[in-house]
Structure formats: structure tokens, C-alpha cells
Design a protein around this ligand. Structure first.
Ligand code: DQA
Length: 142
């Protein structure tokens, strides 16, 4: 079973980016935790990070037929990127939306997710553990 993890914009700066909100772990450290759990769950996992919306859309299209589930943190695109929502709806592969922070407890513009209605589920607010919970959810779903 293959799972693709897509980290969206600005997540390459984790560790130094607003640590009070996003924690002190770097993206490679989070990816290492994901890889360790994937091994335990006997899942094959690949993690990628893209800052641009089009690259995320391309990645979702390429996942069609080659991955059993996608874990996606769309970053700020969550709140307005209809092209990403359309890509999720188009591919038919289950996508789990993930956030490090609890977007519903933050600024008004973050309280809306345009991708949530087309995702299998949403996990947020647990820091890096949000990804690990999503991986467990993916393992159950597929
Ligand atoms: C985020 C929340 C978004 O609102 C924000 O723009 C991010 C990160 C999160 O993981 O908490 O870049 O997706």
C-alpha cells in the first residue's frame, strides 16, 4: 500500500517559522517520524514539499493510480485554492487533509477550508502528530 504525503507552501521553513504556532521540529524531522511509522504499519510512503499551487495539482494528478491514499497539508492554499479542491475531487484517490495547528482556533480567514468537503477527513491541531494520526487513518482506509 502506497501513501503520498504532500507538504504545502512554507512548510519547508518549519523549525524556524513561527515556532509558537507550528512547533520547533523541522520538516525532515517530521518526515523521519512519518517514515518510521510507515515502516511499522507496513506502508510505502513518499513525502514531497511544494510551494506552488500548480505543483501540488500536478502531484495530485500523478498520484492517481499510483498511490492508495494521499495525506495533504495545503498550507494557506487550504483557505482559497479551488484548483486543489478540484484536483482532489477529480482523482478519486482518498485524500486526508492535515494541519499542524487548529485552524478553527485561529484568524477568521483560516477557519474555512475549501478542500475539506472533497477530502476523506481532516486532522489538525496536534502538531506533527497530525501527520501520524493521518497515516494511521490512511492505513485503516486502504
Ligand atoms: C497550516 C495552517 C494554514 O492556515 C497555514 O497557512 C499553514 C499551515 C497548518 O499546518 O497548521 O501554512 O496548514
Amino acid at each position: 500500500m502506497r501513501v503520498l504525503v504532500i507538504h504545502g507552501p512554507n512548510l519547508n521553513l518549519l523549525g524556524e517559522r513561527e515556532p509558537a504556532v507550528y512547533g520547533t521540529q523541522t520538516l525532515p524531522q517530521i518526515d523521519a517520524q512519518i517514515a518510521e511509522l510507515a515502516k511499522e504499519l507496513q506502508l510505502e510512503v513518499r513525502s514531497v514539499q511544494h510551494n506552488s499551487e500548480g505543483a501540488i495539482v500536478d502531484e495530485l494528478h500523478a498520484a492517481r493510480g499510483s498511490y492508495d491514499a494521499v495525506i495533504l497539508n495545503p498550507g494557506a492554499y487550504t483557505h482559497y485554492a479551488y484548483a486543489i479542491a478540484d484536483a482532489i475531487a477529480a482523482i478519486g484517490t482518498p485524500v486526508i487533509e492535515v494541519h499542524l495547528s487548529n485552524i478553527f482556533a485561529r484568524e477568521a480567514f483560516r477557519r474555512k477550508s475549501v478542500v475539506a468537503p472533497v477530502c476523506a477527513g481532516t486532522i489538525g491541531g496536534f502538531g506533527a502528530d497530525s501527520y501520524l494520526l493521518a497515516l494511521r487513518a490512511a492505513a485503516h482506509k486502504i
